[in-house]
Design a protein around this ligand. Structure first.
Ligand SMILES: [Zn+2]
Length: 82
């Protein structure tokens, strides 16, 4: 089973992959509509919004938590934004 390199989500079925392309290493939620992988800043903005909506965090706290979570993932280990 593959795990998304960008968000860590397990990818278990074709619909978890961008354009159902199972050769990809990232999931449908980390892809742009054309199937390419979102950039660090795009993903950070998306995760920040998700945390604000689901955890009720303010924007700065959500952004810091998102950056910490992303730093653990293979796609972003070398990006090391702070
Ligand atoms: Zn993903």
């Amino acid at each position: 089973m593959k795990t998304c390199i960008s968000c860590g989500m397990p990818m278990t079925k074709p619909s978890d992959f961008p354009l159902e392309d199972e050769s990809k290493d990232y999931c449908v939620y980390c892809a742009r509509p054309d199937g390419s992988m979102q950039s660090y800043s795009e993903k950070l903005a998306g995760m920040t919004g998700f945390l604000i909506r689901t955890q009720g965090l303010d924007e700065e706290a959500a952004r810091q938590l998102a950056a910490r979570n992303m730093a653990k993932l293979p796609a972003w280990k070398t990006t090391a934004a702070d």
